[in-house]
Design a protein around this ligand. Sequence first.
Ligand code: NZQ
Ligand code: ZN
Length: 381
Amino acid sequence: MQKFVYEYPTKVYFGEGAAKEHLEEAVAGYGENVMLAYGGGSVKKNGIYDEVKKILEDAGKKVTDFNGIMSNPTYAKVQEGAELAKKEKIDLILAVGGGSVIDCCKIVAAQAKTDKDLWEMEMTEHQFPTDVIPMGAVVTASGTGAEMNGGAVITNEEKVIKAGMAAAAPRFAILDPAYTASVPRMQVISGAFDTLSHAMETYLGNSDQDNVSDDVALAVMRNTVVNMRRLMGNSDDMQARGNLMWDSAMAENGILKVGRVTDFQAHQIEHQLGAYTDCNHGQGLAVIHPAYYRHIVKNAQEKFTRFAKEVFGADTAEAGVEALSDFIRECGLPTRMGELRSKVEITPELLRNVADTCNVIKCGPRELCRDEIYNILMECM
Ligand code: NZQ
Ligand code: ZN
């Protein structure tokens, strides 16, 4: 174990009816101006918007809507939200949605408190915001675990970069599995694959032997796979949706990452693929993971063998990677670039750009060169 300091800033209210039971209490300590932020309208169709708005109004809050936050939120949308937050003197931002809404709000919370360009401040000056508008999250689609940490993934369309930014973690998170009932099964599966990826990428970072995080990561992987299978059998299985919701939180609440380094190379490649194509995050990962792991399996034989045995009941490291690939197929997730939803045609030139602009991780099983990343991407065509 390396040295670490662990402090957890998010109060979690989990379970059916969590918003009805706890949202009023969660927002009580903040000023009256609340920004109610959401995506493209699913919360209006399924009644969550009305329920949350009523709770806020009954609690004496003045509610300002910030809507239309898209999947893979853009830096331009962050600026729009920050302007609105300043204009309405917002005291609390309430993100009601999946990872995209939550991430956008995390950065709005920081951008609204400074006249500096937050992207430049973080990416060029390597300075990070300390003054933020408090925010909370009501999760309506799980998988990213965005409600459990202070990072946000934002697409800068001008620069064609999708990158992690730092902000403040939500002060509280409402996790009601029933709020995910209307999420289409394929989105739940895509989100759950993201969770599986977070645990795998954390596990594959270098760690000392018998590291407790490795054991917990494997348990999260196993549980995610079991509940994805349950959900494929029955879309209405609320226990499975609840388990996946907590798996998602567990994978990204920092517990798995303390005292160790992580890999996250597949994520870095997928984020840049997302910058060029706007593809679904979990689905992009599903395409990339098997090809990436075939390249590095020899560099982490012991870890891959344990993963194979404990997650998929396979005998060897290589068989584990193929079992993962089979599982992706079993889930109906995309396995090829051509199956991804993309705003442009995915060509070898586009993949070359992805390979040339993604971050390269130095603490995974092996550092990749850009040509090898390009080869991995081409193997996914
Ligand atoms: O926009 P609406 O209409 O709400 O529809 C959304 C969206 O189309 C829909 N949805 C959400 N709740 C629903 C629902 N549909 C029906 N019923 C509901 N209750 O689901 C669709 C996808 O939502 P989105 O938030 O985009 O998905 P996800 O949660 O997978 O978030 C993806 C984003 O999170 C980032 C990804 O890169 C991507 O930008 N990530 C954030 C991380 C973090 N902050 O820790 C870590 C991850 O690795 C990831 O990079
Ligand atoms: Zn992810």
